[in-house]
Design a protein around this ligand. Structure first.
Ligand code: DGL
Length: 280
């Protein structure tokens, strides 16, 4: 049974969705969160549509069995291909993420913006609809980077290798005189420092994490599903309260435990689960 105290399920192919979890935690600190990383099958950016949809259906069924009250698909690649299928099939609120083309078109002065996303996102119908809908008077230089997702999955966000991979993606964007950069993959906010170093802060960076958290808050408010916090506790009491965070992966649990510590400063032991795909 879903109650106000039930967790919010947050899903990604790997650790990228932790950037969205961070924004949700900042906006809704009392909510219990259940994070799911499908790391055994990451990166999704190289996978085809049918594969991603079958993984998503299997995982959302699992999350439903954990009684989550809402799901955030914290993965652009999964959202652009499957969010509409999920919404038809499941009753609970499902919030997706997609590249911030609209805010980039609103903010760019040079009318040139870069987009970093997966190859799968860039060739999707949904992404190309966003470009025609909101970006028609703006030039978008789109760059795909699986190597960057692999780097972040292995815990590397600032080594010379990552810098080289990132520079190769940023150069065409800078040469085209872009002043704005859309982070169209939830892994990339973990490269923000590296982007600033390599571009000397020349690019306005658009990350949709906070907008997703706001949208989630609105949906939960609408459906009367926000948690009702207990009477306030003192700081000392709060130390003894259980952390309402759970991390689950189809990959290596120890690696996810390390990554939540490295990327978020959160120390919770992750669990391993096996989830079968559902090809419908
Ligand atoms: N973090 C994901 C996204 O936002 C997917 C990266 C991948 O698995 O290729 O698209």
């Amino acid at each position: 049974m879903v109650r106000n105290e039930s967790p919010i399920g947050i899903f990604d192919s790997g650790v990228g969705g932790l950037s969205v979890l961070r924004a949700i935690r900042a906006a809704l600190p009392d909510e219990a969160l259940l994070y799911f990383a499908d790391s055994r099958y990451a990166p999704y950016g190289k996978r085809d549509n049918a594969f991603i949809t079958a993984r998503m259906l299997g995982i959302v069924q699992w999350l439903e069995a954990q009684h989550v009250k809402a799901i955030v698909v914290a993965c652009n690649t999964a959202t652009v291909h499957t969010v509409s299928i999920l919404r038809k099939r499941f009753q609970m609120p499902i919030i997706g993420v997609e590249p911030g083309i609209k805010p980039a078109a609103l903010r760019s002065r040079t009318r040139v913006a870069g987009v970093l996303a997966t190859a799968s996102t860039l060739k999707s119908v949904r992404f190309n609809t966003l470009l025609t809908q909101y970006g028609s008077d703006c030039r978008f230089i789109c760059q795909a980077g699986h190597d960057l997702v692999d780097d972040i999955e292995s815990g590397d966000t600032d080594s010379p290798v990552v810098m080289r991979h990132l520079l190769a993606r940023l150069q065409p964007i800078l040469y085209a005189s872009a002043d704005t950069l859309v982070l169209g993959c939830t892994h990339y906010p973990f490269l923000l420092k590296a982007v600033h170093v390599l571009t000397d802060q020349q690019l306005k960076v658009i990350d949709t994490g906070e907008a997703i958290a706001r949208q989630l808050m609105l949906r939960l408010t609408d459906q009367h599903l926000l948690i009702k916090p207990d009477p306030p506790v003192t700081q000392v009491e709060s130390i003894f309260l259980p952390t309402p965070l759970r991390f689950v992966t189809t990959g290596d649990a120890l690696q996810l435990t390390r990554m939540t510590w490295q990327l978020l400063g959160v120390n919770v032991a992750a669990e391993h689960v096996e989830i079968a795909s559902d090809s419908g």
